[in-house]
Every structure is written in structure tokens, then in C-alpha cells.
Write a protein that binds this ligand. Structure first.
Ligand code: FE2
Length: 299
């Protein structure tokens, strides 16, 4: 319908970040988000788990905050070596690494367009550290939004090489792509910067939004936007900054994409039927028309 092959990956695995104050940043993810430390790296990195998989967040000490890399889980029938070869044929450098990080025995690291580094793997350990009952206590890492000054190149890598589906955009400024049934697994923002716009964790249920907001308040963290229902994706979403001023989204109730039909499963709160991928306006980020003084679009 949109393209002739299925995505090569099926899930976002982890996001690795550099941070200037690893103690303070780690504390936010452990205590306020509700994650568990599963390992330490030789370079001072810490590996943080939501509850089952070895890690969803990696923090590495550095002079300033930065996005290190994003990890994606390859479809089971794709071999690392074959994938690396395909990446090179596509014109990008790919390096196979063994035991380069705890929890992932073998991966291929790809230097993607616009300085974005990706890691692709077939298996990640699942020590089942246990889900926390404190803090926001999310279910999973859902998506990452990246701002890039070379957004077109990044989009071609995601769509033409990895096979992601386009599911919506906001006036061409932000484009939503998925490799599974989530409305979006990545959100690419076209702006003259290169950094993370936000990282999103899915909460267990909508009633968890006030629980999470209370946990943030108790930690002295302000909610910036929401919780409110978005238009694109229709997720109930609230945003805050981590200690590095990296934006974190907590969400529930996101649209389910049906690639076979090229539409999102119909929901009573949808504005259009069928809800097909479309362009939304930047001034209609909240489906409810709720107004927030924080400029979410600028991030
Ligand atoms: Fe998001």
C-alpha cells in the first residue's frame, strides 16, 4: 500500500544518552520515572531497565548532554551480518560489535544520516529486574522524537531502508513513522538543530497520569504540557524535563496503526473516519483544544 516490503525492525529497544551530571540524571530515571539499574559499564555508563528487558535507557557521563545512539530490535529472520551488508550497500558505514555493552552480545552499529548512530540487534537479555511500584512506573519505552537539520536524509533511511510506515505529520515539521502497530515509534522533527526532542514512556493505564504527575511534583519537577489528548496519534500525553532538560513524555491510549489497511483503528474520539495518515496543523496539538503556555512544538 505504502511500500513493497515490511520493516526490518519491530521495536525500539533503547536510547543511550550522555549526561553532564550522571548522579542527578540517574536518580530521576530510578526514583521519579521508576526504573532499575541493571549494569554499569567500564566507562561509567549505567544501564536502566523498566522491568523486564536489560535496558531501555543508557546514561553515560560526559561534559554535556547528547544523544549517543538508538537501539532497534531486528526481525528474527534478519541476520546481523546480512543486515550490515545491506546497510553498506545503502551507502552507510556499519560495524559489527561483540560484547560492546552489557545485555547485548552482538549488534551492528550504523553511522546514520546527520550524525545519528543506530544499533541493531537480534537479542537483548531479559533479567526481569521487576517493575517498580513507585514513580511513574511505565510499561515500556514507546518512541523517540529526534530533531535533525538533515531530516530528509534521516527519513529516507527510516522509510526507504528500514521500511518504516508514514503514519501522520504536523505541517511537514514533525513526521511520525512506525515499524509496528504503535502510531509512531519515531518522530522526526525538521529544524536547524540536531538533538533529541523527547523520549516517550507508555504508562500502564490512563489513571496513572495523575499518579505520575504527583510523583513529578513530589520530586519538584514541573509538568510542562498536558496531560491532554494529542491529535496526531491521539495519545493522552504529559511532558516534563529530566534534569538535563531533555523532554520526557508519559503517555497512554495511542492510536493503533493497521498497515494492511493503511489506517489507524477507529476510535470514538477520532475526528475523521477512516483515520488515515494525514497532515495536522501545528496549532492543533491538543485534540481537546486545551491551551498550554509551554511551546511543545519548539520543545
Ligand atoms: Fe511523543
Amino acid at each position: 500500500m505504502f511500500k513493497k516490503f515490511d520493516p526490518k525492525v519491530f521495536a525500539l529497544g533503547y536510547v543511550a544518552l550522555e549526561t553532564a551530571d550522571i548522579g542527578r540524571t540517574k536518580n530521576h530515571y530510578l526514583e521519579t520515572i521508576g526504573m532499575t539499574e541493571t549494569a554499569k559499564g567500564d566507562d561509567g555508563s549505567v544501564f536502566l531497565s523498566i522491568g523486564y528487558q536489560h535496558h531501555e535507557i543508557v546514561l553515560r557521563p560526559a561534559r554535556q548532554k547528547a544523544l549517543l545512539h538508538i537501539g532497534f530490535h531486528l526481525k528474527p529472520d534478519i541476520e546481523i551480518a546480512d543486515f550490515a551488508e545491506q546497510v553498506r550497500k545503502f551507502g552507510l558505514p556499519a560495524t559489527i560489535k561483540t560484547d560492546s555493552q552489557p545485555g547485548v552480545a552482538k549488534l551492528v552499529e550504523v553511522e546514520g544520516p546527520a550524525g545519528n548512530v543506530f544499533q541493531f540487534y537480534n537479542a537483548i537479555e531479559a533479567p526481569a529486574s521487576g517493575f517498580k511500584r513507585t514513580g511513574a512506573a511505565p510499561l515500556r519505552l514507546g518512541h523517540v522524537a529526534v530533531i535533525s537539520r538533515e531530516c530528509d536524509k534521516l527519513m529516507r533511511f527510516y522509510q526507504d531502508f528500514l521500511g518504516f510506515w508514514y503514519t501522520d505529520d504536523i505541517e511537514g515539521i514533525a513526521t511520525f513513522l512506525t515499524c509496528n502497530r504503535d502510531h509512531h515509534v519515531v518522530n522526526l522533527v525538521n529544524a536547524p538543530e540536531s538533538r533529541v526532542h523527547h523520549i516517550a514512556f507508555e504508562l500502564r493505564e490512563s489513571a496513572q497520569h495523575p499518579v505520575a504527575a504527583d510523583a513529578l511534583r513530589a520530586a519538584g519537577v514541573q509538568v510542562l504540557w498536558g496531560p491532554s489528548r494529542h491529535t496526531a496519534g491521539h495519545n493522552l500525553a504529559g511532558y516534563h524535563y529530566d534534569p538535563d532538560k531533555l523532554m520526557i513524555e508519559l503517555y497512554t491510549d495511542m492510536d493503533t496503526f493497521v498497515p494492511e489497511l493503511g489506517m489507524h483503528e477507529a476510535r470514538p474520539w477520532h475526528e475523521h473516519f477512516p483515520m488515515k495518515p494525514r497532515t495536522w496543523k501545528v496549532n492543533e496539538l491538543s485534540s481537546w483544544g486545551a491551551e498550554f503556555s509551554f511551546n511543545l512544538a519548539a520543545g
